[in-house]
Ligand binder design. Structure first.
Ligand SMILES: NC(=O)C1=CN([C@@H]2O[C@H](COP(=O)(O)OP(=O)(O)OC[C@H]3O[C@@H](n4cnc5c(N)ncnc54)[C@H](OP(=O)(O)O)[C@@H]3O)[C@@H](O)[C@H]2O)C=CC1
Ligand SMILES: O=C/C=C/c1ccc(O)c(O)c1
Length: 301
């Protein structure tokens, strides 16, 4: 298996009622492993918005057992929450698409932002943001990366294929780009002022918040009234959209930029994540790790 908290691996056993998968299939499991199946989001196949959803990590099943997350060597999961990894997609490539990939793909679809020629902004060039650039470019959009520093300019423009790059604190450059974007995908995980970004949106522009921020964000109402702009949010994507984004990436030849590590490197990987020092996702090769050996080598503090 090659998981983060998203898991990709081979089916080793199926129960008698499993119809969609067989032993040996390469499949993925994302952030959600349970939902009520009765509420309106469930009935509309957007089960990620079910109030009774069960997360694949740090959560409990309805019987109180803990969910196992992506670092387990095997997991038992309902076929509803499993997607087939299409031919042509390597397991380590598929893993980040089950979260970062679908997290950017879903709002672009849900808010009607898939037409070629649209102009989009991606705020924050991290795990989610870099997939934002790739997916939006593959849809034929003009993509501007809006970053907190100029450090990622070359990688954004030369490697990821962005069309423009703005440093959010460069007031002159931000002013020059006013009223130019149809949407902004905002992945910043900390408090930040929204108004400089709202100014970049044109009439009916949409600011989609994806970052998890535990404090209130603020803006004055004319910032959205003048231009009929919308501030909204989005949470991962449905199982159907996950299958779609996997196929989209195969069709468009998209790959995520990843660093594959073994279990013994997890603590260092977490420290590097905190330092904003990964391009752009770690994928942990659990099956290829010798967990006992790694545990014996780990510092005992
Ligand atoms: N809505 C959803 O369903 C999902 C939400 N998330 C959330 O999205 C957010 C982004 O996730 P992910 O892309 O993996 O995170 P990363 O840490 O990989 O990227 C976040 C990026 O935000 C920018 N940034 C600006 N200021 C800060 C700061 N003070 N500290 C850290 N980053 C900063 C950086 O880009 P730069 O250097 O360009 O400024 C950074 O690379 C998180 O809050 C995560 O929990 C993740 C998955 C799904
Ligand atoms: O509150 C919403 C959290 C969403 C989320 C989903 C997946 C993921 O990897 C996150 O970091 C945040």
């Amino acid at each position: 298996m090659v998981p983060g908290h998203e898991v990709v691996g081979e089916v080793v056993e199926v129960g008698p009622e499993v119809s969609k998968y067989g032993v040996g299939d390469v499949v993925g499991v994302g952030v959600i492993v349970g939902c009520c199946r009765e509420c309106s989001p469930c009935k509309a196949n957007v089960e990620q918005y079910c109030n009774k959803k069960i997360w694949s990590y740090n959560d409990v099943y309805t019987d109180g057992r803990p969910t196992q997350g992506g670092f387990a060597s095997t997991m038992v999961v309902d076929q509803k929450f499993v997607v087939k990894i299409p031919a042509g997609l390597a397991p380590e490539q598929a893993a980040p698409l089950l979260c970062a990939g679908v997290t950017v793909y879903s709002p672009l679809k849900a808010f009607g932002l898939t037409a070629p020629g649209l102009r989009g902004g991606i705020v924050g060039l991290g795990g989610v943001g870099h997939m934002g650039v790739k997916v939006a470019k593959a849809m034929g959009h003009h993509v501007t990366v809006i970053s907190s520093s100029s450090k990622k300019r070359a990688e954004a423009m030369d490697h990821l294929g962005a069309d423009a790059y703005l440093v959010s604190t460069d007031a002159a450059a931000m002013a020059a780009a006013a009223d130019s974007l149809d949407y902004i995908i905002d992945t910043v995980p900390v408090h930040h002022p929204l108004e400089p970004y709202l100014s970049l949106l044109r009439l009916d522009g949409k600011h989609v918040l994806l970052g998890v921020i535990g404090e209130p964000l603020s803006f004055v109402s004319p910032m959205v009234m003048l231009g009929r702009k919308a501030i909204t949010g989005s949470f991962i994507g449905s199982i159907d959209e996950t299958a779609e984004v996997l196929q989209f990436c195969v069709d468009k030849g998209l790959t995520s930029q990843i660093e594959v590590v073994k279990m013994g490197y997890v603590n260092e990987a977490l420290e590097r994540l905190e330092r904003n020092d990964v391009r752009y996702r770690f994928v942990v090769d659990v099956a290829g790790s010798n967990v006992e050996e790694d545990a014996a080598d780990a510092p005992s503090n």
